[in-house]
Design a protein around this ligand. Structure first.
Ligand SMILES: [Zn+2]
Length: 454
């Protein structure tokens, strides 16, 4: 289709539609409720309450347009996946703007769109994938025991959409095929049977994905992947496809130095505009399935948070030069997750440790009060200490560098899996770098080599 408007004009205009206050990793009900309230009286939007979550939080739906071709879009059925909820708010701002009145008039007379922003507000409140009953709503499409899953099924049966957009977030560790690029968007036209047959319904979803591919290849070349289409009897995408709804899974993923996924968020906004336009004009009909086939698969665990390469290790006279993969965990922790030849991976942060030896850090015993400012800390790290033991009340932490208390008396001789990422790296002239909870400190400059995050 002709993507020039969506890729140029609408892309340039995006900052004026981008909803303020949503640039954070997790959105909850209050974040979107006030924005929905601002749009409630707009005659373009028909608001109604679809129902309520397990714990009684409202789940809203908004209908837009008067046409025959129906599109159902929902976000955040996994409560900790909020990128598309933000994009839906941007999209509503776009539709509501006077500047886009002509666009809306042209396309919204041909389609009817129903949006359900944040299907799982209970999970959102706890930053959890699951609903309040600890069930995965997207594994409940067949059993339909969750109130939220029941509501989604009810919406699909009442509204009878031709197309459905199932909006999620995916792991930051996915790469696009064999490349070292992050999968910033991944798409799927789910199968409706084990044989993964392509009928007319699924074909339409694949063709619309072809249009989406063209847009993303223009905006962010190389960062689009697709999911494996193994049939899942419990997932909404697969069940909906089987019900005759051309369903597309859109997963927002990571991009370097973009912890809040604003790159994927903007692409979602563009994909929503594209979907309306392509479905309204039936432009997708012209897409060849070869485009869908050409999209590389997601490669799992291919991107690491941190890769330390060429680090010398030595265990009972066995010497090796290894790469270490380190993963950031919750509560500002980090762990070593892989050791060896990791040259098939890439990372958000890479550090070449050529010429450096792994050195386990000693525990510094706290027996008297210690005023731990940056200079004192760097001095201790340089002397081979990496953490503290004893009475933590004696430690006055005045440094912003990560501090570990009450670890083992000394770390393992060589790096081990699931070991806390707290160790030292030394040259023949002594300790040069300290790895502190996944962050690397250059002991000569006292500076962090990179910041936590992507
Ligand atoms: Zn999800």
């Amino acid at each position: 289709m002709n993507l020039s408007l969506i890729t140029n004009e609408f892309s340039l205009q995006y900052p004026q539609y981008k909803q303020q206050g949503l640039d954070k990793p997790q959105l909850n009900y209050d974040d979107i409720a006030q924005i929905l309230e601002q749009h409630r009286n707009n005659s373009l939007f028909n608001f109604s309450q679809l129902g309520e979550s397990t714990l009684g939080i409202p789940i809203w739906q908004i209908e837009i347009g008067t046409g025959d071709e129906r599109i159902l879009a929902w976000s955040q059925m996994h409560g900790n996946e909020s990128t598309a909820s933000a994009a839906l708010m941007d999209f509503l701002n776009f539709l509501a703007s006077e500047q886009q009145a002509a666009w809306c008039q042209q396309w919204l007379s041909k389609v009817k769109l129903r949006i359900i922003p944040m299907l799982n507000p209970d999970g959102a409140a706890r930053a959890s994938r699951l609903n309040a009953m600890s069930m995965d709503i997207n594994r409940d499409a067949s059993a339909l025991q969750t109130p939220e899953g029941q509501l989604l099924m009810q919406a699909a049966k009442n509204f009878k959409p031709a197309f459905a957009l199932n909006l999620h977030d995916q792991s930051r560790f996915y790469a696009v095929g064999d490349s070292n690029k992050t999968a910033t968007i991944s798409l799927l036209a789910p199968a409706f049977n084990v044989a993964k047959d392509i009928n007319a319904i699924r074909k339409k979803a694949m063709q619309l994905i072809g249009d989406m591919h063209d847009l993303i290849q223009y905006e962010l070349p190389g960062h689009l992947a697709k999911y494996n289409d193994t049939y899942s009897t419990r997932s909404f995408g697969d069940i909906f496809t089987g019900m005759g709804i051309s369903t597309i899974l859109i997963e927002s993923g990571a991009y370097p130095k973009d912890d809040n996924r604003s790159v994927a968020r903007k692409l979602n906004y563009q994909l929503l505009i594209l979907s309306v336009q392509s479905i309204a004009s039936q432009a997708y009909n012209k897409q060849s399935l070869a485009v869908y086939d050409s999209i590389p698969y997601n490669r799992k665990e291919a991107i690491k948070d941190v890769l330390i390469t060429n680090l010398s290790i030595n265990l009972q006279q066995h010497q090796a030069k290894v790469d270490l993969a380190i993963e950031f965990k919750k509560q500002n922790q980090a762990e070593i997750v892989e050791v060896g030849d990791l040259s098939v991976y890439s990372a958000f942060h890479c550090f070449d440790a050529s010429g450096l030896d792994y050195q386990s850090g000693k525990a510094y015993p706290l027996t008297t009060a210690l005023n731990l400012d940056d200079a004192a800390y760097i001095a201790l790290l340089s002397q081979g200490y990496s953490h503290f033991t004893g009475d933590s009340n004696l430690l006055q932490v005045k440094t912003s560098l990560p501090v570990s208390i009450n670890g083992p008396s000394s770390g393992p001789t060589t790096p081990e899996l699931n070991q806390a990422a707290v160790f030292l790296m030394a040259s023949s002239e002594g300790v040069q770098f300290a790895m502190l909870a996944g962050l690397l400190v250059n002991l000569t400059t006292g500076q962090l080599v990179y910041q936590r995050g992507t």
